[in-house]
Design a protein around this ligand. Structure first.
Ligand code: XMP
Length: 323
């Protein structure tokens, strides 16, 4: 793609001129955006980039390990892997309010990130720059959300507030791009297809797909159900036709029957939407057979779920995530 080849050269030149001989720290989320930003900055300034991956334990199944192995095996980018799962769970303990959950995760993320950045100081001097995979729609949404004058629909979890606090300058090489352009740039940079095509994943992770209070047990149940659902979508060849698909574990138990016995277990909701930028979305119109297969497998293979429902809400009026 000649446009992306040109964009790549231009972006690398811009990063070099902004950073000079300074150092950059990048918060990796495991998503496409921060990864493309990291690989691009690495091309521009090499070893003067360090990535920090704060593992909050709210990732999808096996995702934390995949991120770490991709960076260590495919790229030579210095990566700090912070195991902060227990800290995040402890901070979220008993909290059921969606905004408080988001804020708790955002605050703790900053705390952990600051501690790690401090460890990277050289001669008492911290890195001058913080890299972020901010996209054009993020720039717009943070100015005014679709909901009207200065209404915060959801607080966004990113490293917002961090640059000022740590007195760091921002490097945002993707802020003119839409998601599909970031994917094209990622391909141009040689990132693996399965990684580039990955559906977007929110910063607060599975915590906002677990309405109500989050527990380790609920996260484990949700991870299994979500993996089965995505497996069925991939087998049907639909993964790339969908913007985002995921399972939500509802804090509701219902009665079911299994063999000769009565069951009383959680309800799992499945969500899938099409979208261009996440700002509006339509629910995905599945063939019912796929939903049936996913439901049967989830109920048979995941302990703790005995009922599956499908979310047919578009955005607006719904949001993509449930919290
Ligand atoms: P909503 O639920 O607001 O989501 O319709 C729109 C898109 O944004 C993602 N999302 C987030 N991404 N931090 C992120 O980086 C967040 O706090 C966050 N909340 C929602 C969501 O997955 C969807 O793609």
């Amino acid at each position: 793609d000649w446009t992306m080849a040109a964009y790549r050269e231009q972006a690398i030149a811009a990063i070099r001129s902004q950073v000079g001989d300074g150092r950059v720290i990048c918060a990796l989320s495991g998503g496409v955006d921060s990864s493309v930003a990291a690989v691009l900055i690495h091309e521009a300034i090499g070893e003067r980039l360090t990535c920090i991956f704060v593992d909050h334990g709210l990732m999808r199944k096996d995702e934390g390990e995949q991120v770490v192995s991709m960076y260590r095996e495919h790229y030579n980018i210095p990566l700090v892997h912070v195991q902060a799962q227990d800290r995040f769970l402890a901070a979220l303990d008993g909290e059921a309010d969606p905004e408080k959950k988001r804020k708790t995760i955002g605050r703790l993320f900053i705390e952990v990130f600051e501690e790690e950045a401090k460890k990277l100081e050289r001669d008492g001097k911290q890195a001058e720059f913080l890299a972020q995979g901010t996209l054009y729609p993020d720039v717009i949404e943070s100015v005014s959300f679709t909901g009207g004058p200065s209404v915060t629909i959801k607080s966004h979890h990113n490293v917002g507030g961090l640059p000022e606090r740590m007195n760091m300058k921002l490097v945002e090489p993707l802020r003119e791009l839409f998601k599909d352009e970031v994917r094209a740039l990622g391909r141009e940079l040689g990132l693996p297809d399965h990684f580039i095509e990955r559906h977007p994943f929110p910063g607060p992770g599975l915590a906002i797909r677990c309405p109500g209070a989050v527990t380790r047990e609920k996260l484990d149940i949700l991870r299994e159900a979500d993996a089965i659902y995505l497996d069925e979508i991939r087998k049907a060849g639909l993964y790339n036709a969908i913007w985002q698909a995921f399972a939500v574990l509802l804090p509701v138990q219902t009665v079911g029957v299994m063999g000769d016995g009565r069951t009383y277990e959680y309800v799992c909701a499945l969500r899938a939407v099409t979208s261009v930028d996440g700002m509006t979305a339509d629910f995905y119109h599945y063939d019912m057979d796929l939903l049936g297969r996913a439901a049967t497998r989830i109920i048979n293979e995941v302990r703790g779920i005995n009922r599956v429902v499908y979310d047919v809400t578009s955005k607006p009026p719904g949001t993509i995530e449930w919290e």
